[in-house]
Structure formats: C-alpha cells, structure tokens
Design a protein around this ligand. Sequence first.
Ligand code: SAJ
Length: 401
Amino acid sequence: MKACFMGLGYIGLPTAIIAAKHGVNVLGVDINSGVVEMTNQGKLHIIEPGMEEYLQEVVNAGLLKASTTPEISDAYFMVVPTPFKGNHEPDISYVEAATRSVLPYLKEGDLYVIESTSPVGTTEKMQSLIFSERPELKDKIYIAYCPERVLPGNVIYELVHNDRVIGGINPESTDKAIEFYSQFVQGTLHKTNCKTAEMCKLTENSSRDVQIAFANELSLICDKAGINVWELIELANKHPRVNILQPGAGVGGHCIAVDPYFITADFPYESQLISKAREINNYKSFWCAEKVHNAILRFELEHHRKPVVAMMGLAFKPNIDDLRESPAKCITTKVMQACNNADILVVEPNVKEHKVFKLTDYKEAYEKADIVVFLTAHDPFKELPYMEDKVVLDFCGIYRK
Ligand code: SAJ
C-alpha cells in the first residue's frame, strides 16, 4: 500500500513517519523544497521529542520519501494548514490546493482523507470538487474526514494510542479509512459521518477554550476580590464533579485559539458561549499587559528610576519552544512598545536565539529584575527562590501560594 501525505508540518510529517514505521510505503509532499530536502536527509524540521530517530529509521529503510509533487498512490491524506482570513473566516484554500494537486493521480479504489481541522461541510465540498473534475470516479473512490488529536510534545505516543473519529461520505468510505488507520492506531477508531467528524474536532478544541475562559474569568474576579485563584481552583476541584482548568496569560497555539472561530464564523447566532470564551481568553492577554504597564508606572513613581523588568517565557505553553500565536509573546511585545520607561529583559529558556527579541538567561534576568512577570509556567522557573524585594506578577501560577 502506498500513501501520499500532502503537507509535512507538525501533524503531516509525524503521521507520515508513524505510518511508514508500520510498513506503509509513504510519499510525503510539501511545497517547501527546504522541508523536502531535510526530510529526505532524515533531518526533522519540526521539534518533537524522539521523532528524528524514527524519521532516520524510515528514510534509511526506504519507507518514506519526500517530494514537492505527488505520485500515484493508493491513499491520499490532506494535512495542510487551515488558517483564518481577516474577519476570523476559515481559509480552506490550502486543502483545496492540495486536493487539486492529487486530482490527476486519483484512480478507482483509492482513499482520500482530510485530516486538517476544517469547517463543517469541507469534506463534502472537496467531494464535489473531485467529482466535478473527475466525474468518472463518482462512487468509485472512498472519501473521509479523520481529524488529528495529538498534543505537541507527546506525538509519538498519542498518534498510536489516542482514539480517532472517522467519518466517511458513506459507510464504505468510513470502513476503508478505518482499514488504513488500524495499521498503526491502537486506540479505538470510532465510526461516524464526515460532518459529525468535522464538528467533533471543532467541538473538542472549543470545549477546552470555553473551560479555560472560565478559569481566566475566575482569575479576573479573584484579582479584584483579593482571593488567590490557584488556591480557589484547587479547593473547588476537591468537589467530585468539578474540574476547573488553569488560568494563564491567555490562550495560544494554532489550535485552541483558532478552531472555535470555525464554528462562530458559520453559526454566529447559535455560538454565543464559544464566541464569548474567545473574547475572554483574548482579553486576558490585554489585561496582563495592562497590569505590567501599571506596575512599571507605580515602580517609577515610588523609586524615581526605571525598573528592570524580566518577562519570563515566550512560548505559548509550558516546556515547549513553540512561539506561534503565543500570548506571552504578544504581552511582551505590547509591554516593550508601551514602556520606554523600563529595561525589559526577555527570557525563553527553550529557545537559543530569536530574530526579534534579544534573549537573556532566566537566572540572570530574575536576579537583575525589579519586576518579574511570569508568563509561561516553564519548569525551571518553579525552582527560582521567591524573593521578597521583587514585584512579582505571576500570571501562570509559578508561586501558587
Ligand atoms: N491553557 C491554559 N489553561 C489550561 C490549559 C491550557 O491557559 O488549563 C492554555 C495553554 O497555555 C496554551 C493553550 O491553552 O496557551 C492551548 O494549549 P493546550 O495544551 O490546551 O492545547 P494545544 O493547542 O497544544 O493542543 C490542543 C489539544 N486539544 C485538546 O486538548 C482538546 C490537542 O489534543 C489537539 O490535537 C490540538 O489542540 C490540535 O492540533 O488541535
């Protein structure tokens, strides 16, 4: 069986590697020739623990090859980005482009799967596109939607062990896709239709966004009321049916902060709560930036000099180096733009160099700072001794007490 993965990004490449490791003959396709070259050399262009060894193994075994163009295969997987356009409208143009580029290679009996997070109805749109361009394939190929669910940093384990939801345009397509994924997935493969599978992916990430918004809202209330929100949540979670998530500097990354808009764009009147949650999580970052700004002004008034401010963490969540859609990065940028009256030291222990920010060692920055702002709860920060003489703005629960 030969499978063609369209898109060698954070999901496409690991999935291609794991499929190859389980004996599938894989062609990985990417429009970026640098990515293709690196992949063929067995070098991982993304950061994912343990994945490079797997890549080298499958490339050396001749099971995975990368190219900028597709080839005739038995199965095609669309694993390309689905960003949003200006007004939070989903942009499925990459899915469409990837689909168009495999169109000439499709033949009877082939499987076509979309894995990219997509607005409801995308699989049916691509079905129409395929059959309008290749009408002779109508009812002769299998089409399904199967969203990825893996957590960056734990991809090797989750790609194999997570359950998956698989929805075909008809039961035969669902079964065909299940046959493919059962080659490497040990989790349960749940059958549904393509619209439900599309909505399921959006629902999972929107549910997390709504729950984080609740925690963030509590943090605003507690700040005003003079209550330690970390202690409050810990206590409330002692109730057998309460499980509140953690507040933070906002919600980042390219999934949770993006996918809910795929629902709100198409169902604006019905999705009041999902939409409000997005607002709250976005607002939390502005609120944090305001707090830092005010702390700087207060320090200046009290001490008649510029404070040294350590902005601790740039990544979008703890213990990773991914800065995409990061609230910490956004807050740091805002503070740097607004506060000429401070020396700002930027810290990100998981990144060596950054083209915009000059990075300072975390211990050195902490030592020098008058104001310490914890933005991302990286483990090394938790080892820093609490120092009474510093103003600490802890947005991510480093010093819970
Ligand atoms: N966050 C909080 N409080 C929390 C948990 C998270 O503020 O209690 C913040 C994080 O700091 C980060 C953001 O939320 O800024 C997102 O982080 P995350 O760990 O919740 O999720 P992602 O974006 O790394 O991965 C999510 C996962 N989805 C769910 O857990 C429902 C993952 O399983 C998906 O595969 C992934 O999105 C995706 O690709 O869609």
